[in-house]
Write a protein that binds this ligand. Structure first.
Ligand SMILES: Cc1cc2nc3c(=O)[nH]c(=O)nc-3n(C[C@H](O)[C@H](O)[C@H](O)COP(=O)(O)O)c2cc1C
Length: 277
């Protein structure tokens, strides 16, 4: 089962509500989700006149703050930040700026990522906030799982890029049904795809294929084609696998997932895989 982490910054609490909802939906899908707030960087005195910001800060400040290790632990990460002038908050970016070393070690790559945001006005820069977040995730080598219109709920909330909430002119709107359904759907989709990716990885290892890049070559050892397989070679292996499955009459699309276990000799490690939606 996948290990999702919801890593978010929230000032006045809308992001906290979104993070808790999406994590609850991920847990309902059978995972143990981590919810990690990103630490406040501002002096609480500077927002003391804002009761919602103060209350949210008080409620979260003693909980463990997010660290890069939460990303390393997880195989699926849902990031959240309010929209500020069409982008993420400085607190969120400060957290991202701590990740250089993990990035350099390749530890942020090959994970599933998705995004959440909220803004006071409708649209209000929500889509640019998410799109800009995804630029960063591409630098990670992440696998971005956009919700698209893969569920009827997405035709109601209307955001194919992630999930967003409009907190309104008074910044007090609670999450409405459209946002709640969209959060639930995003959680299910992320968990489902992370499970499938995990199963595919285990299968690749059982078939003797490496999916995490070449190991270090011992000094003096001959260069072999196998040691230095490129990303294209890995893709080639995936195509080979599909071809093998087709030969075995299993198919490679939706209807062809269940017999994955047969490829590795009926291992019970691969029960019926969930659907994406
Ligand atoms: C400095 C600043 C900039 C903001 N920029 C925008 C914006 O560009 N568009 C918008 O609609 N709301 C904007 N907002 C409002 C927040 O996005 C909104 O209150 C959000 O729902 C807060 O989420 P939170 O409760 O998780 O902190 C801004 C708020 C602040 C403090």
């Amino acid at each position: 089962m996948s290990k999702p982490a919801v890593i978010y910054y929230s000032a006045s609490g809308h992001g906290t509500a979104m993070a808790n909802r999406v994590a609850a939906a991920a847990e309902a899908a059978g995972t143990e989700a981590r919810v990690c707030h990103i630490a406040e960087t501002r002096d609480p005195q500077s927002f003391a006149q804002n009761p919602a910001w103060t209350a949210n800060h008080e409620a979260t400040k003693d909980l463990p703050a997010a660290s890069g290790e939460d990303i390393v632990w997880a195989d699926a990460i849902i990031f959240g930040s309010p929209t500020r002038f069409g982008g993420q908050t400085s607190q969120f970016r400060a957290f991202i700026d701590t990740l250089g070393e993990l990035w350099a070690q390749g530890k942020l790559a090959d994970k599933i990522y998705a995004g959440l945001t909220s803004s006071q006005t409708a649209h209000g820069g929500q889509e640019t906030t998410l799109m800009n977040l995804y630029t960063t995730l591409m630098h990670f080598g992440g696998i971005i799982v956009a919700p698209g219109y893969t569920d009827p709920a997405k035709f109601v909330d209307g955001n194919p890029y992630g999930v967003s909430h409009v907190s309104g002119p008074e910044n007090k709107n609670p999450l409405d049904e459209a946002a709640l359904n969209a959060l639930d759907h995003l959680a299910r989709r992320v968990v489902s795809l992370a499970d499938r990716l995990g199963a595919e990885r285990r299968l690749s290892f059982q078939l003797g294929e490496r999916v995490d890049g070449p190991p270090a070559r011992p000094a003096g050892a001959p260069r072999s084609r196998r040691r230095f397989r490129s990303g294209f070679a890995v893709l080639g292996a995936a195509i080979d696998r599909c071809a093998r499955r087709l030969q075995m009459g299993m198919g490679v699309g939706r209807g062809g997932r269940e017999p994955l276990a047969a490829v590795v000799g009926g291992a019970s490690e691969f029960p019926e895989l969930p659907q994406v939606r």
